[in-house]
Design a protein around this ligand. Structure first.
Ligand code: GLN
Length: 555
């Protein structure tokens, strides 16, 4: 029996057709923002048809960044879009894969819950899928639950999800559900025409499953003319005004505004039987305005090893953009492949014209010496440095080596290293299984008064999300302090270093957590804002410690 709360909830289901990578996550997140603009509370859920039980063990090359929620779920990167657009935290309830759904059903079967019965995709798997939508609706009490189905209509592995949402609409009432289908309308140069056939086919496939979309969102690289719109409407049984254009854009935060211009918010509210007032998107539009009219620009180098796939650093890219909004500057990212900094190379070649250097999180030894070289270059030349997770660990190794511990290293890369300045956390020593076993989720951290971090945050107690196994080795704290690296943030019991800084430097802050995961365009993360501001101030004036001492550049 659905709860009282749940009876009022409306549901928007977002599916995709024709090809993958059309930006379903951003479209769904944009719908979330539109609902919020109408004072409705929103909860979001992503179903991923792949079989991995969580995306945490997949290479970033396979699936982009692993997003981490406050409650420690390792999730699909679309949850990052949801949080950035809606400014609402997601949780373990916000993402489920085929693997998770099957594990739950198999566990029940083993327990004997279905004794005597044959366990099947319909109803057992579909029931489990539906129960996850109900669970989120119940737990959040949201007015609108937006459910994105990963993959493309027609994929074999997506079928149980589509069948489940078909049943769901039947059970809660079709009038409380809206189906949105995102498709591609390609332009064919030879014919000089936008082609609607792939969309027709994709909708036919969806209708064969029993789902009639209410709205089509059409990705195009040019405006969707009236004739294409009319043709799509006719062939798909969708009202012409519900055929919405989603033309390519270089600013994803503009999408809610573009949708609203086409009345998508009102269309949906009417469809769902919700009061459609004017809505208010003004704070969002003001943010966009600031973003589009920066008063300056700065280049920032991001030194990583997955730079070939930008999705691996999705939240970093977005958080830098947000930092730019706060500092009123446009941030241009210069990607530096860490392996390119290894061996006999002059780092300056890669860092010419950059105002700051960021080393993000990562795993494994490949490219690590390049990251250490980047940290060294930033420290020696007074270039603002922002280390995140592995970026903290390489700074620690770099400073230790500079202080004379030539063999300083992380035991992630050499278990026998003589100076393990980065070691395995105690709680990690007994861990043997790889899935979901890192230190995950939000933990409190206490900052040192007067530190760069405390100044940026404007408070001494913060709460940030983590995803790591290794930590600064406390036995080296003193040596590091003598070498000029201070621990300025700790877990409340003082046992884990969370933030380190080089005090004798314009801005060198490294954190064991992932601040990028909590940055929002409407609430840029303070550390990203401070880093971008420092990079902007430092652009074009890299200095050595001697020069800094001589010129008294304020620290
Ligand atoms: N590989 C490092 C660890 O496990 C850093 C992890 C990260 O950067 N997310 O501690």
């Amino acid at each position: 029996m659905p709860s009282k709360e749940e009876r009022k909830t409306r549901y928007i289901f977002v599916t995709g057709g024709v090809v993958s990578s059309l930006g379903k996550g951003i479209a769904s997140a944009s719908l979330g923002r539109l609902m919020i603009a109408h004072d409705l509370d929103v909860a979001m859920l992503k179903f991923d048809p792949y079989i991995n039980v969580d995306p945490g063990t997949m290479s970033p090359y396979q699936h982009g960044e692993v997003y981490v929620t406050d409650d420690g779920a390792e999730a699909d990167l679309d949850l990052g879009h949801y949080e950035r657009f809606t400014d609402r935290p997601t949780s373990k309830l916000s993402n489920a894969t085929t693997g998770m759904v099957y594990s739950a059903v198999i566990e029940k079967e083993r327990r004997g819950d279905y004794l005597g019965g044959t366990v099947q995709v319909i109803p057992h798997i579909t029931d489990e899928i539906k129960s996850r939508v109900h669970k989120l609706a119940d737990a959040s009490g949201a007015d609108v639950v937006i459910v994105e189905i990963g993959g493309t209509v027609g994929d074999i592995e997506g079928l149980p999800f589509l069948e489940a949402i078909r049943q769901f609409a039947l059970e809660v009432g079709r009038s409380r559900c809206a189906f949105i289908h995102l498709t591609l309308v390609p332009y064919i140069r030879g014919a000089a025409e936008l082609k609607t056939k792939p969309t027709q086919h994709s909708v036919r496939e969806l209708r064969a499953i029993g789902i009639q979309p209410d709205v089509l969102v059409c990705r195009t690289d040019r405006p969707l003319d009236a004739s294409a719109r009319a043709k799509i409407a006719l062939f798909t049984n969708v009202a012409p005004e519900a055929v919405v254009e989603a033309a390519d854009t270089d600013n994803i935060y503009d999408i809610p505004v573009r949708f609203r211009k086409q009345n998508l918010d009102r269309l949906l509210l009417e469809r769902l039987g919700l009061e459609a007032g004017e809505g208010d998107l003004s704070a969002w539009e003001a943010m966009l305005g600031r973003m589009q009219r920066p008063s300056g620009e700065v280049s920032v180098a991001v030194v990583g090893k997955y730079t070939g796939l930008r999705d691996s650093y999705k939240s970093i890219i977005e958080a830098l953009t947000h930092g730019g909004i706060a500092a009123n500057v446009r941030v241009n990212i210069v990607w530096v492949e860490s392996a390119d900094l290894e061996g006999d190379v002059e780092p300056a070649k890669h860092f010419r014209d950059v105002g700051g250097i960021l080393v993000p999180g990562g795993f494994g030894e490949r490219g690590i010496e390049g990251k250490i070289a980047a940290a060294r270059y930033a420290r020696e030349n007074g270039i603002p440095y922002f280390g995140i997770c592995l970026g903290l660990q390489v700074l620690v190794v770099e400073v230790a080596r500079a202080a004379g511990l030539k063999d300083a290293y992380s035991i992630e890369f050499d278990v026998e290293c003589p100076h393990p300045v980065i070691c395995l956390m105690d709680e990690q020593k007994k861990v043997t299984r790889k899935g979901g076993t890192m230190r995950l989720g939000a933990y409190p951290c206490v900052l040192a008064e007067g530190s760069h971090a405390a100044r940026a945050y404007g408070t001494l107690e913060v709460n940030e999300r983590h995803r790591h196994r290794y930590e600064l080795n406390n036995e080296y704290r003193e040596v590091l302090a003598e070498a000029g690296l201070e621990v300025t943030g700790n877990s409340p019991d003082g046992s884990l270093a969370e933030v380190v800084e080089v005090p004798d430097h314009p801005w060198s802050v490294a954190v064991q957590f992932h601040p990028e995961l909590k940055s929002r365009p409407l609430a840029p993360h303070p550390l990203f804002a401070a880093f971008v501001a420092a990079a902007y101030a430092a652009r074009g004036r890299a200095t050595s410690p001697e020069e800094r001492a001589a010129s008294k550049i304020p620290l």
